[in-house]
Structures are given as C-alpha cells and as structure tokens.
Design a protein. Sequence first.
Length: 276
Amino acid sequence: MSARLPAQFLRYAALAAVLVNGLFPSVWIGLTALKQETELVRTPITWLPDRPTLQNFRAAFADQPLLRFLGNSAGIALLATGLAVAVSTAAAYALARLAPRRRGLLLPLLVGAAMCPPASLLPPLFALLRSLGLLNTWVALILPDAVLSVPVCTLLLVSYLQSLPGELEDAAMIDGCSRLGALCRIVLPLAAPGMFTAAILGFVNSWDEFLLALTLNSAPANRTLPVGILLYQGEYTFPWPLISAALVVAIVPLAVVIVAFQERVIGGLTAGALKG
C-alpha cells in the first residue's frame, strides 16, 4: 500500500504539470483578450477582467484582414495535409511490406528527417522555389508543409499497417485483385483510423507553421494566420489584448477539430499497438 502511494502521487503530479503547462497559457490568453489594456499594467496582477469586453475582437477583425488570414491558413493546411497523407500512405505501405532488414535501414532515416529543424531547410528551399518562380504563392507553403509532415505521418502509418495481416491482400489478389486494387479495396479502409490521425497531425503542423510562411511568402494576399498576427505589433507598442484576441481566433478552430475528433485520434495512435 505504501509503495503505491508514491507512484500515484507521481502520476497525479505529472498530470497536473501537463494540465498547467498546456491549459494555463490558453486560459490566460482568453482572459487577456477580454481585458482593457490598462488592466495589464496593474500591480498586483488582476487575473479576471473587471469589465469583460469584446472590443478587442472587433478591433482584431477591423485592423487586419483576419478572415483572409484564416482562409489562407485553412486552405494551405488542408491541401498540405492531403498531399502529406497521400505520400505517407504510399511510403508506409511500401515500408510495411518490405523485408525487416531493409525496413530497419530506412526507418532511422525517417526518424532523422523528422528531427530535422525547418530553419536548416530555408536556404535550399528559398533558392529552389525562387528558381521555379513559386515564391509568394500557396504552392511555396503547401509543398514545404507537406514535406515536413511526411516523416512523422509515415512513421505513424508504418506501425499501423504492420499490424494488418498481409493474408488479406493475398486473398484479394488470389480472387483477381491487383496489388493496387488490394491496397485501395482492402488496406486503405482498414487503415482509415491511422490515416485520420496522420491527417490531424499534419493539419496541426501546417496550421501552426510560422518560419517558412514568413520567409517564403511576402505577398499580403497570401499571408497565413501566424504571420498575420505578427502585424498587430507596433513599432514601439505591444497591444496584448488585441494580439490575444487574434490568438483566440487562431486557437479556437484547431481546438474544435481536436476535441471533436479526439477519440479517433487516440484510437489511431493506439490501434497499431493493440492489434495483431
């Protein structure tokens, strides 16, 4: 009994640390968005707004084309996610059906690619896209976002597809299906939970991406939401209530997607470990 108490305490302490680290910043941003700027300089700090106001949200939409930023981010994230999932599914299927020795040589390369910082890719990406005439376009953001999501999505899908018995495809091909037909009719429907999880991860990665969007695009019409929020900052001022209101607008769609599909995401992450 005494040995279990420290273990339970550690679990609850770790859970509390995760909740504080993940939840507190979002709550603080939401409260700041409802405050007037004078409330932020008070001593001692006031946690709750004295007179909650929505003026910051109205100003956020009036000062900058926030709806355009939202549309750009949503469109780029959806297209990049679709491309990343398509490439990752094909790559993961090939890796899952390779001999274990060959798979053992390729998977570490994927892990290394997933750990590669985006900043190190900026010079070659910028030069390549400039030579192709793609700078300041959606394509200049879709392709890098998809490429950065492919390693993580592939690693996730490899473990999922390995849990699917290959005998299902063999039986389909004996009945007359081609390899591609077996993939489309048998494997992909069974792999849908894993693909959905990969899509959520790719979408979040693309939605939050800032450095590439700032560097590879200078066209005002194509600015994404993270870059657009930077425009609220003045040369000598930081209107935190206004910036917080814009951040809430950026966070809410992502939070709704994650909360709405959290069961599928968790199911996709754990199914590969539970099957087979």
